[in-house]
Each structure stands twice: as structure tokens, then as C-alpha cells.
Design a protein around this ligand. Structure first.
Ligand SMILES: Cc1cc2nc3c(=O)[nH]c(=O)nc-3n(C[C@H](O)[C@H](O)[C@H](O)COP(=O)(O)OP(=O)(O)OC[C@H]3O[C@@H](n4cnc5c(N)ncnc54)[C@H](O)[C@@H]3O)c2cc1C
Ligand code: FES
Length: 283
């Protein structure tokens, strides 16, 4: 993990108040592994003191291979896909090319650990389950699982079609994408857990590994469904964070353990956990 001052290359507006922020970070980008996150500081704004946690959406080469400009094949750019929800993300949206910001990255245990990869290898198919901006945590895992030759399918639900961002980025890596919207503007009307449940019901003989990221209620419903269908399930948690470094304990969640259970920190023990390990108390 490194604390670096990084320069904005592009801050591209997408639909529904979403943006794709590209940051030049040649020291951090090569260290990033699937499912990790960054903490972004917005210097010069005394009302936004805490860094904001963001999943690392992707890492890129500074110059595409074959352009003749690149020095090597190590990534130099970190991309964050984000949605404006409050003051911090509003300030992020105001970043322009050439601006500088401070970033702590990469952080957390992602989807890359051997025990997770082993579960993916044992499955007939990996099912990614994304709710809203939770999609941002899943592109790098999808890329690395595709490199390992593992079959994948994406279930992506959002409030409306404007919030179904990034689907095209998954096309090369997943066999099929199933969409749903709460307002019925695209895909199956309602929550994404409905088509997911139908898929699990219709393919009872297959072994799945579920990887989910999204709002607490969606993760809880996905965890319950996975348990009922006997599928292993990993969840990437997006609790509010203070330090991102394991010090403040602000991101702790209750997990199963001895007696009444114990606590683990999303920033350091997570953000990825086995769903059955989490105590799904109401948030
Ligand atoms: C590990 C991790 C990865 C994340 N990855 C992404 C990502 O890739 N893209 C992205 O857009 N967001 C992501 N988030 C959520 C993001 O950090 C928050 O949306 C952001 O910090 C809000 O800052 P703000 O100042 O704009 O909003 P605030 O003014 O702090 O809050 C505005 C509203 O957003 C809610 N909110 C704040 N933080 C969270 C949170 N963590 N989860 C749910 N609701 C929250 C608040 O309750 C409030 O209603 C991630 C969070 C974590 C912990
Ligand atoms: S955010 Fe401080 S311990 Fe996790």
C-alpha cells in the first residue's frame, strides 16, 4: 500500500450521475489485485476531511500495446467508477485533467486469495451479482477469472437504466449479462435477486460460486439464497470507513465466531468475506 499524490487524466461523465475517473499512478497501479480498493483524499476542502473509499474498477497501461509509446507492460493508470451521493463524490466530479489528489492504494483483501480461486475453479460457473455501483468491485475479478478460463455470468440490477453503467466493459469476460431495474426501464422489472433465484432453480445440477457487491439488503438476500441452494458465496462489503487502515474500527462488522460472535474490519480483514461468515444484522 502506498500513499501517493496522483494526477487526474480524465473524469468522464456517464449516465445517472456516475463518472469514470482515470488517475496516473505508476507506483500503485502495478500493485493492484482484483477486489481491492483505494482511499481518495480531496485536498483543500476542510468540510471533507476523511478519505472516501472506492473500489479499484480497473488498471490500464499508459499507452495501449502496439502504439509504440509504452515503456513496458506494467499498468500506470488506476480507474475508479463512482456515483455522486454526497459532498465528497460531488467534489470528485469536479476534478479536471491535470488536477492532483491524494490516494492510498491498494487496500484490503480482494477476490484474489488462493482459497477463493480454488472455489472458483471447483465451480461450473461463477455468478457475479452486482447492485448499483457495486458493479465497480467486480470488473477486475471478472477479468482475472476469464484469464484463468473460468465460465462467468453477470447479474446486474439497479434502480433504472441510467444506473446500469459499465456493462459493456464486462462483455469480453462474461458469457451472458442479465439485467434488472426497479422501475422496469431495462431488463427484468424488480430486484436482480429474482432472475438470480430463477437461474439457481433452473440449474440445480450445476455448481456455482457467487461473487456479490451492492447494498446491504441485496447482499443479505443473495447470501440467504446461496445458502439455500448450497452454493459458496463471497460478498464485497461497502461499509462506511474512517481510516481505511484498521485503526479506527469504524468499518467493523459482526462475524460468526465463538460465543456471541466477534468483529472484523471491512478495510483490513475484508472487503471480501464468505457470506456465511457475516452476521446479517439489519443496518
Ligand atoms: C470498500 C468500499 C468500496 C467502495 N467502492 C465504491 C465505488 O467503487 N464507487 C462508488 O461510487 N462508491 C463506492 N463506495 C461507497 C463510497 O465510499 C461512498 O459513496 C462515498 O464515501 C460517499 O461519500 P460522499 O461524501 O459523497 O457522501 P456522504 O456525504 O458521506 O454520504 C452521502 C450518502 O451516502 C451514504 N453513504 C456514504 N458512504 C456509504 C457507503 N460506504 N455505502 C453506502 N452508502 C454510503 C450516506 O449514508 C449518505 O446517505 C465504496 C465504499 C467502500 C467501503
Ligand atoms: S476504516 Fe478504520 S478500521 Fe476500518
Amino acid at each position: 500500500m502506498l500513499d501517493e499524490t496522483v494526477a487526474v487524466i480524465e473524469n468522464r461523465p456517464l449516465t445517472g450521475g456516475h463518472f469514470l475517473l482515470s488517475l496516473r499512478s505508476p507506483h500503485q497501479a502495478p500493485l493492484v489485485r482484483p477486489g481491492q480498493f483505494a482511499m481518495l483524499r480531496l485536498p483543500g476542502h476542510s468540510d471533507v476531511l476523511l478519505r472516501r473509499p472506492m473500489s479499484i474498477y480497473d488498471v490500464k497501461l499508459a499507452h495501449p500495446q502496439g502504439s509504440g509509446k509504452g515503456k513496458g507492460n506494467l499498468p500506470e493508470i488506476i480507474q475508479l467508477l463512482y456515483k455522486i451521493v454526497g459532498r465528497g463524490t460531488q467534489l470528485m466530479a469536479e476534478l479536471r485533467p491535470g488536477d492532483q489528489t491524494e490516494m492510498l492504494a491498494p487496500l484490503g483483501h480482494g477476490f484474489f486469495e488462493e482459497k477463493y480461486l480454488e472455489a472458483a475453479r471447483q465451480a461450473d460457473e461463477v455468478l457475479h451479482v452486482a447492485g448499483g455501483i457495486g458493479i465497480a468491485a467486480l470488473l477486475m475479478p471478472a477479468k482475472s477469472l476469464a484469464r484463468a478460463g473460468i465460465r462467468q455470468r453477470l447479474f446486474f440490477g439497479a434502480r433504472g437504466v441510467q444506473e446500469l453503467v459499465g456493462t459493456e466493459d464486462f462483455v469480453p469476460f462474461v458469457g451472458e449479462t442479465i439485467l434488472s431495474t426497479e422501475d422496469g426501464s431495462c431488463g427484468t422489472p424488480g430486484y436482480i435477486t429474482r432472475p438470480l433465484e430463477a437461474h439457481l432453480e433452473n440449474h440445480r445440477h450445476q455448481r456455482f460460486l457467487l461473487l456479490a457487491c451492492g447494498p446491504w439488503a441485496m447482499l443479505e438476500a443473495t447470501a440467504e439464497m446461496a445458502c439455500r441452494h448450497g452454493c459458496p458465496c463471497l460478498v464485497s462489503m461497502e461499509n462506511r470507513m474512517g481510516c481505511g487502515l484498521g485503526v479506527c474500527l469504524g468499518c467493523s462488522i459482526r462475524v460468526r465466531g465463538e460465543g456471541h460472535g466477534s468483529y472484523e474490519r471491512v478495510c483490513t480483514e475484508g472487503p471480501v468475506f464468505w457470506a456465511k461468515h457475516v452476521m446479517w444484522e439489519r443496518k
